[in-house]
Design a protein around this ligand. Structure first.
Ligand SMILES: [Zn+2]
Length: 431
């Protein structure tokens, strides 16, 4: 691809540049000045801004059939409402929701997502076939809890037992990684968390968990365990290995130091946290004190889109509003979270930047529209002006998944129709 403005990372912008990659290795082979005219088959660079593929650090992609289902309730009530819908979802419903999310993520420039939900071989194969990268946490809500009764009879204990085999099945897969997924301390309890810590260490697997999402969760944890959810995770051994935590909106006094010292990655989900009235994570404090922060959309039931450009803008603006300081989180900080920050959760497989030797995971944006004109600062445009709908092309591991607005691996119309039909059936079932 020649002639584009390329944001290799938030502090490195190449203008009128060329980017090349190998379709065999899936890695970038050249990034620099234009070496010659475009060749047939090259992506069109003129009028395009190229950036590293975005990483969604926290999703429940299989939940997208719940988009817009519960809109005005606090987390504990929202969980009850969502639960009433979820128990009716068959595996085919969850698969339809997952595939709808895959369409939306590709269309809005996401190349990788860290997810927690029902996962099995077939669902992981769906992600592989679509061409996206996934860090898939197999969700557990307690030893005896059957999380998705209409979709799978498995109890939490059975899911925990089966997770290492599922991870081993995809061990050689470039796109798929499997982790343990204890949902949260308030559903799983300390004993299960300690058990997961041991299993993760034995099988060399990471853990993805929700921690300290609401003030109520923090208060209940103090009452029940005498400490914060993050301290409880440390006490159970869960922070000893690679762990990725969603939210961390309400850290206790020493929690930030704990997260930094243990190399924990945090998925900041500003839109979900604002929509559920959960609070605002102290992101400037995290960044200043060396905590790795990525950006996540959380589920479609608490967002309602998978467009990471909304998270980038919101993350920057809300931090400034809270701090009453326009430098609290800069455009480069916000873009870095959505790329390099989230990539860290993938355990070194991704860097979230464009450079020779790195995976060819990239996104092209149309910057010819009125809302992108003029564009004196490409990084500021990405943070404050760009939208998912501006994405024209997406490449993952050297494979084009979106070419000039056309999906190459998924039947979008069919997926949308199926999603609508399935939602109508679920909502038609008696409460
Ligand atoms: Zn979540």
């Amino acid at each position: 691809m020649v002639g584009a403005t390329i944001v290799a990372d938030p502090t490195t912008v190449h203008r009128e540049a060329e980017l090349a990659w190998s379709g065999v290795t899936g890695r970038i082979s050249y990034l620099g000045p234009v070496r010659g005219p475009a060749r047939p088959g090259d992506l069109v660079g003129a009028g395009r801004l190229v950036l590293p593929g975005l990483v969604n650090a926290h999703t429940h992609a299989g939940m997208s059939l719940l988009r817009g289902y519960s809109n005005e309730e606090p987390l504990h009530r929202w969980l009850e409402r969502v639960r009433a819908f979820e128990v009716r979802m068959t595996r085919a419903d969850i698969r339809a929701g997952l595939r709808l999310s895959l369409v939306e993520m590709i269309r809005s420039g996401t190349v990788a997502f860290a997810d927690m939900y029902l996962w099995d071989s077939g669902l992981l194969a769906d992600v592989h076939d679509a061409g996206l990268r996934v860090l898939a946490a197999t969700a557990v809500f307690g030893y005896d809890a059957v999380a998705y009764p209409a979709a799978s009879p498995q109890t939490g204990a059975q899911v925990l037992d089966g997770t290492p085999a599922l991870a081993a099945e995809f061990a050689g897969d470039e796109l798929v990684q499997v982790t343990f997924g204890p949902h949260a301390p308030y559903t799983c309890g300390a004993q299960l968390m300690a058990d997961v810590a041991g299993r993760a260490a034995r099988h060399d697997l990471a853990v993805h968990i929700h921690l300290s999402e609401t003030a109520r969760e923090l208060a209940e944890s103090r009452e029940r365990h005498g400490c914060s959810p993050i301290e409880l995770a440390a006490w159970t051994g869960l922070l000893a290995g690679p762990v990725h935590i969603a939210h961390a909106v309400h850290p206790d006094d020493d929690d930030t130091a704990r997260l930094a010292a243990r190399g924990v990655t945090v998925a900041h989900c500003p839109v979900s946290n604002l929509k559920l009235g959960a609070g605002i994570a102290p992101v400037p404090q995290y960044l200043t004190r060396g905590v790795t922060v990525g950006l996540g959309t959380d589920s479609m039931a608490s967002n309602n889109t998978a467009d990471l450009f909304e998270e980038i803008k919101t993350a920057a603006l809300v931090a400034r509003g809270v701090a009453q300081d326009p430098t609290a989180v800069g455009a480069a900080d916000a873009l870095r979270m959505a790329t390099q920050g989230g990539a860290r959760a993938f355990g070194g497989r991704l860097s979230g930047r464009l450079a020779v030797g790195e995976p060819a995971d990239l996104v092209l944006l149309d910057v010819t529209a009125a809302h992108a004109t003029p564009m004196p600062d490409p990084v500021a445009h990405l943070a404050y002006g760009a939208r998912g709908a501006d994405v024209t092309d997406v490449v993952v591991a050297g494979r084009p998944l979106l070419v000039q607005g056309r999906l190459t691996t998924l039947d979008e119309d069919g997926i949308r129709d199926e999603a609508n039909q399935r939602v109508a059936r679920i909502l038609g079932q008696a409460d």
